[in-house]
Design a protein around this ligand. Structure first.
Ligand code: NA7
Length: 544
């Protein structure tokens, strides 16, 4: 008898479901509602105590989404008609309110098991079902396992010497105390200047006795252009929502604007400058993925964008030495090949007397001490140490679950030398396992709710097709996933993305294979591939 059979035989309390969805963020909740309405027995298992996925975990001061609220929500008419965000870029608190609103409307919580972290999943080939074991001791079985763990489910804490010796409060931004932590009057240190570091630094600068920002790589941050949304503004915006939601699937990154159909090098200097200015005034990601079509492909075009960004940024920083660390004359990597953060007053904080910047390139951390951080230039005394050091992104949330296919191979082992995931949604050797925002899908280059809906719909249709045809097993083929991998990597090689050690490439994690983890061909091209497979009877998948 196999272990899975033994588990089924010995555990009479086992829950038998059609589908187990892991994660109660945008993707998991979308699928719960969609599959439930198809009459399937489905439950969501969620590690956190509440809804929202990243918006449950990331509750540090200043945490907010980098997409405008109107586009960062479900497109269903009955979900947005009566809901309104109060700010253009909603905070984590507002996003949690939104999730509660959706829950109230759709009654999702009754099928969600909170505080249940999935630790292990093993495929039982005799019954074509997954046996899923969780942190609360529960064992459940389901025909299909759909992982909606998101891009940022596994926080990364660097192995800094002495880290455990620190006697003050120390928190990773994604594991922030749910009850909050008062930074007022404290000496706060922030390691990392990605989106989380920028956001927490902006808040800390206003209240901390002293804030020390430890920067390894400058963030080429863009103006957020945050604003409050009043009733009138919302009413006007809502008139355009149907059109906006329709456009989401037709643009490169699932937004309501697209890359320009022009090269930065084919226009006059005046036109280029005027375009950069116009996009800068719009703010958000417009200067990044709404800009000329060769910014992320051509070095010269990219350098023009960098120069524009630098000129704008330098004007905001008083001390030229600090300005050179934050916006160096010679870029450390091309513009936009690490995800730019959206900032509100990040550069101005360095003009304040209570804020200092440490350039870790010239002055690296020697060790963390009980009272702070020691660099070659001396000790920085701290009460609170914030680790804004990012994530083992895209794959970390999936490979940290012990997922075993019928041959006993784990997903972690399979991907140890590089990801293979057909259409970014399924892997050969792991039948009946699907993932949303998976590696080699548009993930990091797609607005979250857009991706949740389009991939969720594709998965729902696949499961319906299997049910109609009385199939009990679906699995990506090796040939299909190898071809998909080759395509994803070739697309990325034609861009400037390989030029930075970003999480897009897994290059922020020591020892992780360095390869593009996202499909960079744009959402419309990706969706065309997904539809093509479905129309040809799920080409690239073996159904049995
Ligand atoms: P990011 O964007 O991965 O940023 C992590 C930051 O932490 C980045 O500045 C890193 O510097 C820094 N880091 C990581 N390890 C170290 C060590 N050992 N020493 C010093 N600094 C370090 O994560 P975020 O949480 O800010 O944002 C993640 C995504 O969430 C973001 O892209 C948005 O999609 C929202 P580095 O650049 O590697 O030199």
């Amino acid at each position: 008898m196999s272990t899975t059979e033994a588990t089924r035989t010995n555990n009479s309390a086992i829950e038998d479901l059609d589908v187990i969805v892991v994660g109660a963020g945008f993707a998991g909740l979308y699928l719960l509602d969609r599959l439930r309405s198809m009459g399937m027995a489905v439950q969501v298992f969620e590690a956190g105590a509440g809804l929202g996925g990243v918006w449950y975990w990331n509750c540090y001061p200043g945490a907010r989404v980098d997409s405008p609220g109107p586009i960062y929500q479900y497109s269903r008419d009955d979900m947005w008609r009566r809901w309104q965000f109060g700010e253009l870029y909603p905070s984590w608190q507002e996003l949690r309110d939104y999730f509660h609103y959706v829950d109230e409307k759709l009654g999702l919580s009754r099928d969600i098991r909170f505080n249940r972290r999935v630790n292990q999943a093993e495929f039982d080939p005799a019954h074509n079902r997954w046996i899923v074991r969780s942190s609360d001791g529960s064992v459940a079985s389901a025909r299909y396992l759909v992982l909606c763990t998101g891009l940022s489910a596994k926080p990364y804490v660097p192995d800094l010497p002495g880290l455990d010796d620190f006697t003050g409060e120390r928190h990773h931004t994604a594991l922030w105390p749910q009850q909050g932590l008062d930074l007022a009057g404290k000496r706060v240190g922030v390691i990392g200047t990605g989106a989380s570091g920028v956001q927490v630094a902006q808040e800390a600068a206003g209240v901390a006795a002293h804030l020390t920002v430890f920067q390894r790589t400058p963030n080429l941050a863009l103006p957020m252009r945050q604003k409050k949304l009043d009733e009138d503004a919302i009413r006007r915006m809502k008139e355009k929502y149907p059109e906006m939601f329709d456009r989401r699937t037709k643009t490169f990154a699932g937004f309501d604007y697209d890359v320009l159909a022009k090269s930065a090098l084919e226009v006059s200097d005046d036109e280029r400058q005027a375009t950069f200015e116009r996009l800068w005034e719009i703010g958000g990601f417009a200067p990044w993925i709404g800009s000329f079509n060769d910014i992320l492909l051509n070095e010269e075009a990219n350098r023009a964008a960098y120069q524009f960004w630098r000129d704008k940024t330098l004007k905001r920083i008083k001390d030229p030495a600090i300005a050179e660390i934050l916006a160096p004359a010679e870029p450390i990597h091309p513009f936009g090949v690490k995800r730019p953060s959206l900032e509100q007053h990040f550069y101005e904080i360095f003009n304040q007397p209570n804020v200092s910047l440490v350039d870790l390139r010239t002055n690296p951390i020697e060790r963390v001490t009980p009272g702070g951080i020691r660099t070659a230039a001396g000790e920085h005394e701290l009460d609170i140490l914030v680790l804004a050091t990012g994530f083992d992104a895209v794959t970390g949330g999936l490979t940290s679950i012990d997922i075993r296919g019928p041959a006993g191979e784990t997903l972690k082992d399979k991907w140890a030398t590089g990801v293979r995931a057909h259409l970014g949604m399924a892997a050969a050797g792991f039948p009946n396992l699907l993932f949303v925002y998976g590696p080699q899908s548009p993930n990091g280059f797609c607005n979250g709710p857009t991706c949740a809906e389009v991939q969720g719909d594709w998965i729902a249709r696949l499961l319906d097709h299997l049910r109609q045809g009385n199939y009990t097993r679906v699995e990506a083929t090796v040939a299909a996933e190898e071809a998909w991998r080759a395509q994803v990597l070739a697309l990325a090689d034609a861009t400037l993305f390989p030029r930075a050690d970003s999480w897009y490439l897994g290059a922020n994690i020591p020892g992780k294979p360095r390869e593009m983890l996202s499909f960079t061909g744009g959402l419309p091209a990706y969706l065309a591939k997904c539809s093509e497979s479905a129309e040809r009877g799920y080409e690239g998948f073996a159904l049995s």
